[in-house]
Design a binder for this molecule. Structure first.
Ligand code: F6R
Length: 607
């Protein structure tokens, strides 16, 4: 999604903005731009494509400035182009925007009727034109901003400068995240803290309907009634080193290498007396003991983690778990009532669809838990209880270590619920918790240490046009994730299927040499999966089997990757690491832009 930065300080603003925008590249973007204060007012430069295009433009048009705003755009309204890139300018106002203005078309129609000329196809330009009108009328920036926001529907965050107010950047939060940060030689507004970690870790989170006025010597926050708001200054736990590549060619590879430690750290932070601790997340043992069902809502990779959580919870605690694609949640019937647990899973904590599902769950009176990696995010603020995962910043668009820690959180919840309900003895619950704490991280590391083996297996498939993933039970849930990872970064078409479902239609696509990745980690399902592997082999498939060493008949596959031995309940942790590395090397062998795959955004803050 789009990235926002604003700076007011004593140093070269263009350098500061570009540095921050580079740090925000991971969010995904297709154009970039800046507005800088120059000698007589402001200058706006923007360019479609990668940041280097904007840097070239700045090199050709050097501007000595100590204040400005910048943006990386991920197209929603209007194609990627120079005209649609932000900042958008009208009169004295220059503005960058994250999120969506839902009533932009009505505003535009009214303004065009009155003679306004629009230069872009964006929803943003309606906002900047309204603000320009308001500023002409009021001559006062804060009331003009408030007046404009009252006319806009949707969710958005803005950074704004007014050409006649040199040295001041305004940031507004209404539905989309925004922070303000105290830098070393000036101050910032930004869409998230990773934008400025290279300069500072001291920041404040803006709440809904707050406006930050940022100058070189301070940050003043006011609400929509014009009252000053005292904000707590926080220190980001994440440092700049953890948001940099650290010698790895890509963030994705670095983050896979961090998965084991992230899982261990997450488990360690949520254990008390050897058992999972959910009391601190607002879920008492008594509440868990009475739980009749759980609903999990999430998107993409987080939703896939939910599918594994479903199987594990149902198996251990014996209660039904529904996993909902968050973007669909509002269209189906909602079976939630007081006393039910609703779990929203999200790395960023800012995914609009997941937040919308959370809102519905709250309206139905469910107890809500957010499993979230970003402290201070909307999910962490809006859920009744928060389980903070400890993956650290995940920069690569493709989620890897965040999936691992989401699994860890869901396993702990399953163990805690099963123990509270008396379905699992305290001894077994302790044993499982200990396994998650020590054995699983070390087994994940073992898989990572065999990376070159996986690269060789990937090279066998690198020219594939389409890859199928099959598995049963837990392995089916894993296959979804393996397939998603592969397609999003390698751009190879891929589908994942319950292994037994292939023969009901999709097997018609299997022909000589079609790659099939079969995931088989559950001993009680080995025989059945063997039959499904035989079915695709009989039609010419080239099968890579991911299984533990005790899999019988591994020779039916063309190639095999043995995951380390663990209790079968915990195989998703190691199998997924293998699948992530497989996707990574397929993409790398094909020369893809791994950390910033086309069309994708890291944090999807639009519905
Ligand atoms: C895939 C991926 C996405 C996210 C999804 C939800 O690699 O990263 O599918 O998992 O957009 O994002 P969060 O977890 O931030 O809610």
């Amino acid at each position: 999604m789009c990235g926002i930065i604003g700076y007011s300080g004593h140093e070269n603003a263009a350098d500061k903005l570009i540095h921050a925008l580079t740090s925000l590249e991971y969010r995904g973007y297709d154009s970039a731009g800046v507005t800088l204060f120059a000698e007589n007012g402001t200058v706006t430069l923007k360019k479609q494509g990668r940041l280097k295009n904007l840097q070239q433009l700045l090199a050709d048009n050097p501007i000595a400035s100590v204040c400005g705003i910048g943006h990386t755009r991920w197209a929603t309204h209007g194609k990627p182009s120079d005209d649609n890139a932000h900042p958008h300018v009208s009169g004295k106002v220059s503005l960058v925007h994250n999120g969506i203005i839902e009533n932009y078309a009505d505003i535009r129609r009214d303004l065009e009727r009155d003679g306004a000329v629009f230069l872009s196809d964006t929803d943003t330009e309606s906002a900047v034109k309204l603000l320009d009108d308001a500023y002409r009328q009021t001559g006062e920036p804060l009331s003009a901003i408030r007046q404009t926001c009252e006319q806009l529907t949707g969710s958005y965050a803005f950074a704004i400068v007014f050409a006649d107010i040199n040295g001041k950047v305004f940031g507004v939060r209404r539905g989309s995240p925004l922070i303000a940060a105290y830098g070393q030689d000036g101050n910032f507004v930004a869409s998230d803290i990773t934008a400025v970690l290279w300069d500072t870790r001291r920041y404040i989170s803006l709440d809904e309907n707050e406006i930050a006025a940022v100058t070189n010597d301070g940050i003043v926050v006011t609400d929509f009634d014009g009252k000053a708001v005292a904000k707590e200054t926080k220190t980001a736990e994440w440092d700049s080193e953890s948001a940099e590549k650290g010698g790895f060619p890509h963030f994705m590879l670095k983050e896979i290498h961090e998965e084991a430690e992230s899982v261990g750290r997450t488990v360690a932070a949520h254990i008390k007396d050897g058992l999972p601790d959910f009391q601190s997340c607002g879920l008492s043992r008594q509440f868990l003991s009475k739980l009749k069902s759980v609903t999990i809502a999430a998107c993409g990779t987080a939703m896939h983690a939910g599918l594994v959580g479903k199987t594990v919870t149902e198996r251990l605690a014996g209660i039904p778990v529904r996993v909902e694609v968050a973007s669909e949640f509002r269209y189906g019937s909602v079976f939630l009532e007081e006393g039910d647990l609703f779990v929203a899973v999200s790395q960023s904590g800012e995914t609009a669809d997941t937040l919308a599902a959370l809102d519905i769950a709250k309206q139905h009176g469910a107890r809500t838990l957010g499993i979230v990696n970003a402290a201070g995010s909307a999910l962490s603020r809006e859920a009744d209880g928060v389980f903070l995962t400890m993956a650290g910043p995940e920069i690569s668009v493709a989620s890897t270590k965040a999936y691992g820690v989401q699994l860890a959180a869901l396993y702990l919840l399953a163990i805690a619920t099963a123990e509270a309900k008396g379905k699992l003895s305290s001894e077994d619950a302790r044993l499982f918790t200990q396994t998650l704490l020590t054995e699983i991280p070390s087994k994940i590391s073992e898989v990572v240490s065999r990376e070159s083996e996986i690269r060789t297996l990937a090279s066998d498939f690198m020219n594939a046009k389409s890859v199928f993933f099959i598995g049963r039970g837990l392995d089916c849930a894993l296959s979804y994730e393996g397939s998603l990872k592969l397609k999003e970064i390698s751009y190879i078409h891929s589908e994942s299927y319950a292994a037994g479902e292939m023969k009901h239609g999709t097997i018609s696509l299997i022909e000589e040499n079609t790659p099939v990745v079969a995931v088989a980690t559950q001993p009680e399902l080995f025989t059945k999966t063997i039959s499904n592997i035989r079915e695709v082999k009989a039609r010419g498939a080239n099968v890579l089997l991911i299984c533990p060493a005790n899999f019988p008949n591994a020779d039916i596959a063309d190639t095999v990757f043995n995951i380390p031995a663990t209790s079968e309940l915990f195989t998703p942790f190691t199998a997924v690491t293998a699948l992530q590395l497989f996707a990574y090397h397929m993409a790398e062998l094909r020369g893809r832009d791994i950390d910033k795959p086309r069309n994708l955004a890291k944090s999807v803050t639009v519905e």
